[in-house]
Ligand binder design. Structure first.
Ligand code: G16
Length: 543
């Protein structure tokens, strides 16, 4: 088998964002695009000679072709072994687990997460390090630097490797191992949760709907919920992964999982509802007539995790991304454990988890996870909720109400303005940033501003710093407004406006969130001029 060294030139626009490199699929399909990025990644981690890599993706359009390229390049660069799932499928948390469990040196995950898939939609590649987590900024910066100077890549000339069945083959001198994508992950879940108790819950007639959104969690959810836990057939819907996610937008929120949401908001709905995203790391949690915001879910899981065997000894700490509501901080404070506030991006949790400083992590963007892997994990969150429901034997709505009564409620919503002209969005953020220092003490929309800054983070483990992570405006009484630009969009800019209002209770805990947040929404408009910048009357998506 012949190894070819192909001459190439740098291709602009290969800078990884919040979570790896995400672009339109057709951009990835350009000649040399995948090859340049993969070779740059290999070069940035001192090569892959003799190393073991995990490679897998969420099955979206171009996944199969990109994996074959990666296999041929890994072989040409001297990798010893690549492990992948059947048909190249691996959910992001399952890939993280395999990296850790198999002692791999790293992995490449092919996904654009919750973004739609297809030839005219989105694709992505992300490198994860040996702890199973997304590469930290130092490595993504090195990858980017390498993409700007690359002059050649190595690839073997070979037929496609058959990835259709578990087993082992070789490609040049490299072993290619295909594994059942679900088995090791299901075993890990069984080690964390009381499967007998959850089986008992389903046996008692408890009903659930899991919307896999035609994405990668379908096989995982079907095997675990229906196969191992005895949930009735049909509990999992849209469970067969398709390359374009059934033409949908695999983002588990009330907008994109509307069918599930509407079913759960009716008196005839099941007891429990959940959904996961394209690559299986995000989740949405619902009860009958109850929507649990991701921020509330993190707080609630932190307060109740000890009910699951894997967390019975308690939590070392809780971490959340800065824009995530501070509901988890209130729980951590009551529990006497530390609460960490990191920039947006799961990669910032890695050091805290490795150092044992945090056990649970979560983000407003529908991600929750723990130290069992180094990615957020959609199905894990669903199983922890099921374990809690099996022990507490209360409805989701009652558990939520009891939580607010005990800790107070952080009303929360995120308003997204998508596909905005990037120059206009950047100018708006720059202008507000320039005015931050003068804001404290002033009044806006009837609220008094207590503090304002551009969030910067200093990692307590390795001392690395990250600046410019989002504009924070804190109001008297515990309300908050955060504005930042998304790092995962593929077209123009997405402005994210995060709105939070704390009500300690006992009164005012059951208002409509958009009404409860009206003063903060008005303050955002006055401070940032969103209508003028976007030319729109309101956000495109409210979650
Ligand atoms: C990624 C990151 C998350 C982040 C989210 C949104 O999630 O892993 O940490 O919260 O993007 O980021 P942004 O606000 O910059 O768009 P995923 O599920 O897309 O991999």
């Amino acid at each position: 088998m012949q190894t070819t060294t192909v001459q190439t030139q740098p291709i602009s626009g290969q800078k990884p964002g919040t979570s790896g490199l995400r672009k339109k699929t057709r951009v990835f399909m350009q000649p040399h695009f995948v090859e340049n990025f993969v070779q740059s990644t290999f070069d940035a981690v001192d090569g892959v000679a003799g190393k073991t890599l995990i490679v897998g993706g969420d099955g979206r359009y171009f996944n199969a072709e990109a994996i074959q390229v990666i296999l041929r390049m890994a072989a040409a660069n001297g990798a010893a072994r690549v492990i992948t799932g059947t048909d190249g499928l691996l959910s992001t948390p399952a890939a993280s687990n395999l990296i850790r469990q198999r002692g791999a040196d790293g992995g490449l995950i092919l996904s654009a997460s919750h973004n739609p898939g297809g030839p005219d939609e989105d694709f992505g590649i992300k490198y994860n390090i040996a702890n199973g987590g997304p590469a930290p900024e130092a490595i993504t910066a090195a990858i980017h630097a390498r993409t700007e100077e690359i002059s050649e890549y190595r690839i073997v000339e070979a037929q496609d490797v058959d990835l259709g069945h578990p087993g082992e083959t070789s490609l040049a001198n490299m072993s290619v191992e295909v594994v059942d994508p679900v088995a090791a992950y299901a075993e890990l879940m069984q080690s964390l949760f009381d499967f007998d108790a959850i089986r008992g819950l389903f046996a008692s007639g408890f009903t659930m709907r899991f919307d896999a959104m035609h994405a990668v969690t379908g096989p995982y959810a079907t095997a675990i919920l229906e196969g191992m836990l005895g949930a009735p057939k049909g509990t999992v819907v849209n469970g067969t992964p398709s390359t374009d996610f059934g033409g949908g937008h695999p983002d588990p929120n009330p907008v994109w999982a509307k069918t599930l949401f509407d079913e759960m908001m009716s008196d005839a709905g099941p007891d429990f509802g959940a959904a996961s995203d394209g690559d299986g790391d995000r989740n949405m949690i619902l009860g009958r007539n109850a929507y649990v915001t991701p921020s509330d879910s993190l707080a609630l899981l932190a307060a109740n995790a000890h009910l699951a065997p894997g967390y019975a000894k308690g939590l070392s700490g809780v971490a959340r991304s800065m824009p995530t509501s501070r509901a988890a901080d209130v729980v951590a404070d009551r529990m006497g454990i530390p609460a960490f506030e990191t920039p947006t991006g799961w990669k910032f949790f890695g050091n805290l988890l490795d150092a044992g400083k945090a056990t649970l992590c979560g983000e407003e963007s529908a991600g929750t996870g723990s130290d069992h892997v180094r990615e957020k994990d959609g199905l894990w969150a669903v199983l922890l909720w099921l374990n809690i429901l099996a022990v507490r034997k209360e409805s989701v709505a009652d558990i939520l109400a009891a939580h607010w009564a005990s800790f107070g409620r952080h009303y929360y919503s995120r308003h997204d303005y998508e596909g905005v002209d990037a120059a206009a969005a950047n100018a708006m953020v720059a202008d507000l940033r320039d005015r931050l220092a003068g804001l404290p003490g002033s009044q806006v929309a009837g609220l008094t501003i207590e503090g304002a800054d551009d969030f910067a983070y200093s990692d307590p483990v390795d001392g690395s710093t990250s600046t410019g992570q989002g504009l924070r405006i804190l109001f008297e009484g515990g309300s908050r407004l955060v504005i930042r630009l998304s790092g995962t969009g593929t077209e123009g800019a997405t402005i994210r406006v995060y709105l939070e209002r704390y009500v300690p209770g006992p009164d005012g805990l059951h208002e409509d969130p958009q009404s409860a947040l009206a003063p903060i929404i008005a303050a955002a408009e006055t401070l940032a001029g969103l209508k003028a910048t976007t030319g729109r009357d309101g956000p495109d998506v409210r979650t």
